[in-house]
Design a protein around this ligand. Structure first.
Ligand SMILES: [Zn+2]
Ligand SMILES: [Zn+2]
Length: 694
């Protein structure tokens, strides 16, 4: 039985770092791009830079544009590539970003502010630009290129204090401006782009750094230096404001994922909160004021008259977070989280309320992650499921919610990998489902499996376990780089044991995924584990070691040399051999392992016996016994490594229903991220898992 070595339960988890940019100058603002693996930065050295992720995995600037003063606030409208950039001088520039991100062209400069721009907002629908600067001025410009004089403000409004954040309800042309004292100004823009002020929304006691409008729910989210997030439901007849309390430092970023209905919040101490918003929370209770405890009637310390009458020392006043009554310390000893009232951390509850408190009222709804670093801003792109944070150490980090885990595999070897947890916390144990994934022949999890796993986790709401095979990458096992299909097959079962223990659920629905060599393993695992496995996805699978070997003269030669010591020979040979007679094979191998994933931990060698084990491995023989487990087989049309013909032949002759065959363009390696057929295969696999695991 596998045991979980690091349970990780109850801890504030650390999100997995995907990438990091050392900018080395002060970062005023930054945004993630959606269409490209890239970032826009506004830096303190007067430059505006576009960073793109290169083949090496590192980010390098493709644009470095120097301005008259440092850029301070950015807004990027991706569909028409319009970039608005407010500066320290008070100027606001509009740039057009070139298709290839290698150039930005100045389109217009907007005047009217004399001092540092704090926030910019662009509405494509109304062709207008809103800007707020340090001198408490809010301006509105037309951005329509046909408008003469568009560089001068149409409307202007002076706030009582500095505007820090801007958003807009574009349907009703209502602007929201968070200020440095905690107010949210609420202004209507009339047809002439003039501001008509309404009563501000008050609730925060610290600077409102972040505002976000969700047009679907008509909810306004505000994040403040007072550590709270307020959800303003402006569509409700009386207006409802729910406070979200869970951070203990100033809010520096909020973002909303409307596909998964999640609010992401970030505080200056680097804590990330993930709040499901499809739960009904109640408005935070208003605190009542009284001169004596509303339970035991003991006077509070300012109630001199009652203290004298009762001959009592005055007590401090506290408030029950559930009923809001004023109570003394003795009458409110219990501390509980009240997530349905927005309190994710433990709060004071009075003795009366504790008697009627239901268990479900204290179950946490939000989850928290710790970046373990001072943070000044956060941005999130739901399509990419990637979060970017700007650290106080002048770095930009890209993070994803993924845990490092380890568990015992066959022969007590420690296997290491990643566990991706779905975002919805409401799923009951009967509906939990998980996917176990490993890479193919010598592949490491860093070589493209993250993109698959993220899609399965985020779009399918599955737990996903990805790990390195024994003797490879982060997993233990000796001799290193020994490719043994039989222990790799057994380890799938150990991984499933780990999941069952970790999630404390013996009835979890499990799907398995394999590619290339492990695409063959999943046939064998499926046959053995019929009780536990609910469906299988196999892409470009190994069908027959014997047939494949016939296409690899280099390996035949090695086998011939080793005839007398087949199993014992632990010498190493290269996996990718450029001197291979079959250039087509070696070129695509070489590109995948060496050029594309220039992964430090991947080493171009394996034990000689790996080839012997390969030559005798015939996973197709398990296919006939797989039914009724549904099998999706993905085959590349020009696969010369595991052979398109062998795969189709095995699928047609050996696999019983339910089954599905998907043929995609390209060769053996076309099914990995950034290759021609990746988008198709990941979608097909996701649909298969959703169909049979849910
Ligand atoms: Zn009391
Ligand atoms: Zn109470």
């Amino acid at each position: 039985m596998a045991a979980a070595i690091d349970e990780g339960v109850g801890k504030v988890r650390r999100p997995e770092l995907l990438n990091k940019i050392d900018v080395e100058v002060g970062i005023n603002d930054a945004l993630l791009l959606t269409s490209e693996d890239g970032i826009l930065t506004a830096l303190d050295d007067r430059t505006l830079r576009v960073w793109l992720r290169r083949q090496t995995g590192k980010y390098w600037p493709s644009v470095c544009h120097t301005l008259e003063s440092s850029p301070t606030a950015l807004y990027y409208y991706e569909p028409s590539r319009r970039l608005f950039c407010g500066c320290d001088s008070g100027l606001v520039h509009e740039f057009i970003v070139a298709d290839d991100f290698n150039k930005i062209t100045l389109e217009c400069t907007y005047f009217g502010h004399q001092i540092r721009i704090q926030a910019v907002y662009f509405s494509y629908r109304h062709e207008l630009l809103l800007t707020a600067c340090r001198e408490k001025k809010l301006n509105c410009y037309s951005t329509n290129p046909i408008d003469e004089n568009r560089q001068n403000a149409r409307g202007s409004y002076t706030l009582a204090s500095m505007g820090m954040s801007i958003t807009m309800d574009e349907t009703f042309r209502q602007c929201f401006i968070g200020d440095s004292t905690g107010n949210i100004h609420f202004l209507k823009l009339n047809a002439n782009n003039r501001f008509e002020p309404n009563k501000p929304l008050s609730g925060h006691t610290g600077s409102v750094q972040n505002l976000l409008w969700d047009p679907d729910t008509k909810w306004l989210y505000s994040g403040s230096f007072d550590t709270a997030v307020i959800v303003w439901d402006l569509a409700a007849p009386q207006g409802v404001a729910v406070e979200l309390n869970g951070h203990s430092d100033r809010l520096v970023g909020i973002s909303y994922d409307n596909l998964r209905k999640l609010l992401l919040t970030c505080s200056a101490d680097g804590h990330i909160g993930v709040w499901p918003m499809n739960v009904k929370r109640n408005e935070t209770t208003i605190w009542l004021e009284n001169d004596s405890c509303q339970i035991c009637r003991m006077p509070f310390f300012w109630n001199i008259r009652e203290m004298w009458t009762q001959k009592q020392i005055g007590l401090r006043q506290h408030h029950c977070r559930k009923c809001g009554r004023a109570v003394c310390d003795k009458c409110a000893q219990t501390r509980k989280a009240l997530p349905l009232l927005g309190y994710e951390t433990v709060q004071r509850i009075c003795d009366d309320c504790i008697k009627t408190l239901r268990n479900d009222e204290t179950v946490p709804l939000a989850s928290f992650y710790d970046l373990r670093q001072g943070t000044i801003k956060m941005d999130y792109r739901q399509g990419k499921k990637v979060m970017m944070s700007i650290g106080t150490d002048r770095t930009i980090k890209m993070n994803f919610r993924r845990e490092n885990i380890e568990f015992f595999g066959k022969d007590n070897v420690i296997l290491r990998g990643w566990l991706y947890c779905p975002s919805s916390s409401s799923s009951s144990s009967s509906s939990q489902s998980a996917i176990v994934m490993t890479h193919g022949f010598s592949g490491l999890k860093e070589m493209g499996l993250d993109e698959f796993a993220r899609t399965f986790c985020c779009d399918g709401n599955f737990y996903v376990l990805v790990y390195d095979h024994q003797t490879f990458g982060s997993s233990d096992g000796q001799p290193r780089h020994d490719i043994n299909p039989y222990s790799q097959i057994d380890d799938y079962s150990y991984a499933m044991n780990y999941l069952e223990n970790r999630l404390n659920n013996k009835n979890i629905s499990i799907g398995i995924w394999g590619t290339s060599y492990s695409g063959g393993h999943v046939f064998v695992v499926g046959k053995r584990e019929k009780r536990r496995i609910k469906c299988i996805v196999s892409q470009v699978p190994t069908i027959s070691g014997k047939n494949n070997l016939a296409r690899r003269p280099q390996w035949q030669k090695i086998l011939a040399e080793d005839q007398h010591c087949l199993y014992e020979n632990r010498e190493y040979i290269p996996i990718v051999n450029q001197a291979n007679e079959n250039m087509d094979l070696s070129n695509s191998f070489y590109h995948f392992f060496v050029d594309k994933y220039n992964c430090n931990e991947w080493i171009n060698h394996m034990t000689r016996r790996s080839i012997h084990l390969y030559s005798q491995y015939e996973p197709w023989k398990s296919l006939i016994d797989l039914s009724p487990i549904p099998l999706l087989m993905i085959v590349a049309k020009q696969d010369t490594i595991t052979s398109t013909e062998d795969q189709i032949d095995a699928y047609e002759k050996q696999v019983l229903e339910p089954k599905r065959l998907v043929l995609v363009d390209g060769g053996h390696f076309s099914v990995y991220p950034n290759e021609q057929s990746f988008e198709i295969v990941v979608k097909e696999a996701l649909d298969w898992f959703i169909k049979y695991l849910k």
